[in-house]
Design a protein around this ligand. Structure first.
Ligand code: MRU
Length: 347
């Protein structure tokens, strides 16, 4: 299953807002619709957002009425600007757009026909690489999983958050395929319930043993010694190793440290932002208050209540045991090790 695919000038993606009760795919030919789909979370999860943005640029190229290179580049930059403005926190979005624009500007491409074809190929390559990278991270992460291991995860950093296979769920999938007995505690992940709706659906579809828990009970199970290891994804990891991920991740990391439970973000290097020194410099997306006041369309708070709804938080690097990447597991001190793994990935 791929969350997003390209078919003859059309982008097809799963509408994740409808899961787990309905499996619906939608098709777009206009990059503005892809931008809207990212913003409204038809597709979500940092690597999947990156792939969607890349396909958005490919759509803009294919459907542009430009007659020459400079007109096409102007159209592509406009499209990239719209896509860039959709969600502010995920590194992969910016990384994918930069990669697509660099390809568009490649002087080896002779004319606009070649640019269009190259952009389609680049988006397809980015999507294929995502799956391959996730499988590699799965291999490294699975080495941390022992027979009978109990894992806890937050939000959805599974296949649905990527093109396929997932980040935080990749080690779980690989360990399961290796025949290890595992069990996963799944945080429901208020307010959008990505854990309850998406991670639970993914794990149950594959028959991987799991238990859904309310976010508030994670500390209870960790303290009771029921959790051996925690895997999460990330929207951005910055130069000093601070991890920006779904709101609630920080609280989980602190409780993990207090109880001696290892805490590992699983992160492709496309999520690493070496240009930002520390996590508190990362823009944190603030989302619609309705995500907090309503559950599945139903008002649960007094009308007119004041709401704050940050979508992500920052886990300081001191709480992180190691970061699983496609180039191996990086341990503290993170600054040098992260730079080395990112540079190796770009060679
Ligand atoms: O708001 P979302 O659902 O896009 O947030 C997703 C997460 O926080 C994931 O943990 C992160 O993007 C990594 S996904 C592999």
């Amino acid at each position: 299953m791929r969350t997003i695919e390209w078919h003859d000038g059309v982008v097809r993606m799963i509408d994740q807002r409808k899961l787990p009760h309905e499996f619906v795919e939608v098709e777009f030919t206009d990059y503005r619709d892809v931008a809207r789909a990212i913003k409204e979370m038809y597709i979500r999860g940092a690597p999947a957002i990156g792939a969607a943005a890349a396909y958005g640029v490919a759509l803009a190229a294919v459907h542009s009425s430009a007659r020459n290179r400079s007109q096409l580049l102007a159209d592509l930059k406009e499209a990239a600007g719209v896509l860039r403005g959709t969600r502010p926190t995920a590194s992969n979005l910016l990384w994918a757009l930069d990669r697509m624009l660099a390809k568009a500007e490649d002087q080896a491409l002779k004319d606009i026909r070649e640019i269009r074809l190259a952009l389609i190929a680049e988006a397809e390559a980015l999507a294929d690489e995502d799956v391959e990278i996730n499988k590699r991270m799965g291999g490294y992460g699975a080495e941390l999983i022992e027979e009978g291991c109990s894992i806890l995860t937050h939000c959805n950093a599974g296949a649905l958050a990527t093109v396929d296979y997932g980040t935080a769920l990749a080690p779980v999938r690989t360990a399961w395929k290796q025949g290890k007995r595992v069990h996963v505690f799944v945080d429901e992940t208020r307010p959008r319930l990505q854990g309850a709706r998406l991670t639970a659906w993914e794990l149950m579809s594959e028959g991987i043993p799991m238990t859904l828990i309310a976010d508030n009970s994670a500390g209870y199970f960790i303290q009771a010694g029921k959790v051996d290891i925690i895997f999460v994804g990330a929207d951005r990891v910055v130069a000093n190793g601070d991890v920006v991920n779904k709101i609630g991740t920080y609280k989980l990391a602190v409780v993990a440290r207090e109880n001696g439970v290892p805490f590992y973000p699983v992160v492709p290097t496309s999520t690493v932002d070496l240009a930002t020194a520390s996590g508190n410099e990362v823009p944190i997306e603030e989302r619609d208050p309705e995500e907090v006041t309503h559950v599945r369309g139903q008002l649960i708070a007094p009308e007119g209540v004041r709401v704050a709804n940050p979508a992500f938080d920052v886990t300081p690097h001191r709480y992180i045991t190691g970061i699983v990447t496609e180039g191996g597991i990086v341990y503290p001190p993170f600054k040098k090790a992260l730079r080395a793994v990112v540079e190796a990935s770009r060679q």
